[in-house]
Design a protein around this ligand. Sequence first.
Ligand code: 7TS
Length: 407
Amino acid sequence: MKNVRPDFPILDQRVHGKPLIYLDSAATSQKPKTVIEALSHYYSTMNANIHRGIYYLSEEATIAFEKTRRKVSEFIGAKEDRSIIFTHNATEAINLVAHAWGRKNIKEGDEILLTHMEHHSNLVPWQLLAQEKGAVLKYIPITKEGFLDIERFNNLLTDRTKLLAVTHMSNVLGTINPLSHLITKAHAVGAKVLVDGAQAVAHLKVNVSELDCDFYAFSAHKMLGPTGVGVLYGKPEILESLPPFLGGGEMILEVHEEYSTWKPIPYKFEAGTPNIGAVIAFAKALDYLEHIGMDVIREHEKALTQHALYQLKEIDHLTIYGPMDANLKGGVISFNLEDIHPHDLGTLLDHEGIAIRAGHHCAQVLMKKLNVPATARVSFYLYNTPQEVDIFIDILKKARRYFNRGL
Ligand code: 7TS
């Protein structure tokens, strides 16, 4: 892959006197110049509210906003643009489904099937719904290699299962889940499937029509786009059948004293002024990813992950959580080094200019299953290099010596 680093201005800096090595793209990705400039260009030349003005600026902003919807739709292989709802992040997209679809369709005794590797965003909304409705949450366990236990999944699925809510790629283990199998089986018992694509869509070619999922949620900020923009894909016939999520301006056709009527989808689900500038700039992120090619990005990250796994395996007393084969996972590696607290490790790496994440990664249920309070985590993207991995490994080895001395 060509060297993309000059396109990412933030990477060209020193932290604590060392060149910045950013290994936390699973939390949020860095942004290319084209995205940063698009934001500035919007506020400098086009800023106006959309879908209401009859003047030039508003029309231009509306056209640009809707152009992003078109691009998102193409990027994920949706059949219709009205399947694409803009939210503020993946979390809000999932909450939208829990409120609009869940409240209408989940009844007492119904089962919602989750997995032990879900991010809190794809767990807490279902807990709230289950508590309100008297529904039952069930969990697909994971194997010790960090994969979903498919046999257990087959047994957990019953005619009481109304929803399977599953991550496409784990933000802790990197595991890529076998969605086609899960979705086919879930549909066979009449359940709907929501996929949390927050990690996957930034790194893998995704086609929601081929997957045949009912909902697919993600955030722009993890895929080179600005913060404050999320996407919910939904099958149009399902979205059409649902009541609104949030009420307010932009989503109504008519408002009377006692009742209102709604705009057609997707606008029914886009109440209030959206993050217009960020949505418009998001199109540049998608252009960038397409220009490089999702297949090329995937291969680059696979190589980095394999390179890192190979070296991490050689470090004594280092535990890696999740699959050990880069073909079966994304560019995310969680680990612990002896009994050094991941936060201490993170602080030490920070002093060397290396940004990693340490903590429970909003996956406390998974942490319990792994029997650890926290892990350290590195995650890669298209701008990371094998040299960065080598420096990180080198510092990690030194960290071990450093902490041992301190004991
Ligand atoms: N789902 C998954 C799988 C995620 O990894 C995240 C964020 C979310 C949902 C929520 O995304 P948001 O944009 O709505 O916040 N994951 C992480 C992470 O791993 N570290 O920081 C945020």
